[in-house]
Design a protein around this ligand. Structure first.
Ligand SMILES: [Zn+2]
Ligand SMILES: [Zn+2]
Length: 274
């Protein structure tokens, strides 16, 4: 019945700082009957999948935006957790470095324990049938009727990707971490929903100088909340969803020049792509 479903559930809308109400970056995109892609796997992703009442064992498709630790700390937990929940295949897509990350964090460290679990009776495919591939801007594939494409962002010094999902004429982009760049504005032209990194806030005057300096430097590789709205306006985006929030900061934006809707994303928010 649910052929029209196309939505994104924000699983983690936080920054690297540990926070009970804003987990590390992760979001589950779902379409049609079974189509899905988990974008990023920050710390807490397994619990957040459960908190969102999703079937952990059915999460088989993962796209990682980049290898910064706040986007992948939950990855080994996802490999193990999904396996425990009955998952028997997994496809992992990400920029250069993704295969190496899987090898180092999962295969290298946990192979011996996995063999022990298999000996106990865990299905071998749950650990072995994990296809991990490094891709680049321009990569695309059809997945359960949805066109998934990798696009450009600016997040030096990392190799990083945005992902675009086009399903039944509707379009969603999840940027991962990025500063404003022209290539991104082009990539998100006319999309219905844009979920974008808004981490680079203006530091308050009351902050200690060392903390202030860190936040000021964020602008070199993250967008500010205002950048997000400006990008959405420049690209004629229908709805812009701000995420990757620093703790205790409420982003302020001037949206008077933007005709669309601005959403400050919170953990477990569900946004329909319409
Ligand atoms: Zn990053
Ligand atoms: Zn990040």
């Amino acid at each position: 019945m649910d052929n029209e479903l196309f939505q994104i559930t924000l699983l983690g809308t936080g920054s690297p700082s540990p926070n009970l109400t804003r987990h590390h970056p992760a979001a589950l995109v779902e379409w049609g009957a079974n189509g899905h892609m988990l974008v990023d796997a920050g710390d807490g992703v397994v619990n957040q999948i459960l908190a969102a009442e999703k079937n952990l064992g059915a999460v088989e498709n993962i796209a990682l935006t980049h290898m910064h630790w706040d986007h992948i700390l939950g990855y080994p937990a996802l490999v193990w957790g999904g396996w425990s929940a009955g998952r028997n295949r997994m496809s992992v897509t990400g920029p250069v470095g993704t295969r190496d990350m899987h090898h180092q964090l999962v295969e290298n460290y946990y192979r011996e324990q996995a063999e022990w679990a298999i000996d106990l009776g865990f299905a071998r495919d749950g650990f072995d049938a994990v296809r991990v591939r490094d891709v680049a801007v321009g990569w695309s594939e059809m997945l359960d009727g949805c066109l998934v494409e990798a696009g450009p962002v600016y997040h030096p010094p990392m190799d990083a990707l945005a992902y675009k999902f086009t399903y039944q004429g509707r379009c969603l982009v999840v940027t991962g971490d990025t500063a404003r760049c022209d290539e991104l504005v082009q990539f998100v032209q006319d999309v219905d929903v844009l979920v974008i990194d808004a981490c680079a806030v203006t530091p308050g005057d009351d902050l200690p100088p060392a903390r202030r300096k860190i936040i000021e430097r964020l602008h070199e590789f993250h967008a500010s909340p205002q950048d997000c709205v400006d990008i959405a306006a420049a690209a004629n985006v229908g709805k812009v969803v701000l995420t990757h929030h620093l703790p205790g900061v409420m982003p302020e934006v001037d949206a008077s020049a933007y005709a669309g809707e601005v959403i400050i994303g919170n953990d477990l928010d569900v946004i329909d792509v319409t």
